[in-house]
Write a protein that binds this ligand. Structure first.
Ligand code: PLP
Length: 418
């Protein structure tokens, strides 16, 4: 029993429900993970009380020596993890990190270029509905219709025609490695800054199992809560001192007020964990498991966008089964498996419905699932999808009940937060 249960039983109960959900469902949402107790402890610490506007050694408030300690450790560990020169660990989120880069390097009305949402890009890369799409002249590139790989020729042609000031690579549902050198050459040809948003694959870069954007990108952003397995938050890195200064001013006072020092402390803990040798084997397992999950779903009749994956995620095209993403993610949740519906390249269905689901292995791998478990998970997902293919959106209640039991058994064998 905690004080919270006495002070606020309703919130304590909701947290209890979330704990039970995480313990008993299989998490396939590619952007989620399961943090260590140490990360939880740091994030739940007294640093939540502290105002520390400014940067280590240059704060606007008194009493910041402990804040300087954690932020300096977070910065140093981030630099070590990615082998880069400068890191700003204060962005409250990935969206804030990307916003800070735009505030630092481009002006409203200028042209920016990023991957379109329906090709796997992120809202903050120039989508119409987002600030990046409203305040900038946003040009969007896509993937080729046959390979589903980034259409680099289109990127180059659009860049030459539209002369963007900032070119962004990275995405939320792109399962393949990106050719950073090619992007940089295009950026250089038109005099643009090149930014990589490695939010999804940052952990794979940290483990040395994915090419690094450093050496190619002028600036690199990430979230800290996906493959990196830290608290929810963002970060901006660069090797260029001039850009680093602009980024610092853009994060604070440009975009944010006080940093969330409890989150910065938790980021430092997560970076420390990622520097341990065990993290590399974790990430190797994440990538291997994703290949197994994608291959199993392919064997069972789904298409895998781009034919497979190089990373922690796969984009599953359900068209061959005649099933929508919305029906799939709802039926899978009924069966105890969480994922999200996701548009596929040139999706004929609207974003609320979609023809696909996105699946990822970071969370499941953290709880200890290996290739045998992910093969079983692939088969469970496929059983539920077959029920939808047979019966329509209602699915097959008996199959879903059976999968629910198999999910419970698997989760019991790999417990979390005991
Ligand atoms: N960039 C990419 C590539 C993402 O996938 C995401 C989130 O999914 C973000 C940025 C935004 O991160 P946040 O949700 O922390 O704002």
């Amino acid at each position: 029993t905690s004080d919270l249960a006495a002070v606020d039983p309703a919130i304590a109960a909701a947290i209890g429900h979330e704990l039970k959900r995480e313990q008993t469902q299989i998490e396939l949402i590619a952007s989620e993970n399961i943090v260590s107790r140490a990360v939880l402890e740091a994030q739940g610490s007294v640093f939540t009380n502290k105002y520390a506007e400014g940067y280590p050694g240059k704060r606007y408030y008194q009493g910041c020596a402990p804040s300087d300690e954690v932020e300096t450790l977070a910065i140093d560990r981030a630099k070590q993890l990615f082998g880069c020169g400068y890191a700003n660990v204060q962005p409250h989120s990935g969206a804030q990190a990307n916003g800070a880069v735009m505030l630092a390097l481009v002006k409203p009305g200028e042209t920016i270029m990023g991957m379109s949402l329906d090709a796997g890009g992120h809202l903050t890369h120039g989508a119409r509905a987002a600030m990046s799409g409203k305040w900038f002249d946003a040009v969007q590139y896509g993937v080729t219709s046959d390979t589903h790989l980034i259409d680099y020729d289109q990127v180059e042609a659009l860049a030459r025609e539209r002369q963007p000031k900032l070119i962004i690579a990275g995405g939320s549902a792109y399962p393949r490695q990106i050719d950073f050198a090619r992007f940089r050459a295009i950026a250089d040809a038109v005099g643009a800054y090149f930014m990589v948003d490695m939010a999804h694959f940052a952990g794979i870069v940290a483990a040395g199992l994915h090419p690094t954007p450093f050496g190619h990108a002028h600036v690199v952003t990430t979230t800290t809560h996906k493959t990196l397995r830290g608290p929810r938050g963002g970060m901006v890195m660069t090797d260029d001192e001039g850009i680093a200064k602009k980024i610092n001013s853009a994060v604070f006072p440009g975009l944010q007020g006080g940093p969330l020092m409890h989150v910065v402390a938790a980021k430092a803990v997560a970076f420390g964990e990622a520097l341990q040798p065990g993290y590399k084997s974790y990430i190797a397992a994440v990538v291997e498991n994703a290949k197994v999950l994608a291959a199993t779903l392919k064997e069972r009749g789904s298409n895998i966008v781009s034919g497979g994956t190089d990373t922690h995620l796969a984009l599953v095209d359900l068209t061959p089964l005649g099933v929508t993403g919305r029906d799939a993610d709802e039926a899978l949740e009924r069966a105890g498996i969480t994922c999200n519906k996701n548009g596929i390249p040139n999706d004929p269905l609207p974003p609320v419905k979609t023809s696909g689901i996105r699946v990822g292995t970071p969370a499941g791998t953290t709880r200890g699932f290996g290739t045998a478990e992910f093969r079983e998970i692939g088969n469970m997902v496929a059983d539920v999808l077959d029920g939808l293919a047979k019966n329509g959106e209602a699915g097959d209640a008996q199959v879903e009940a059976n999968v629910r039991e198999r999910v419970a058994a698997l989760c019991a064998r790999f417990p979390i937060y005991q």
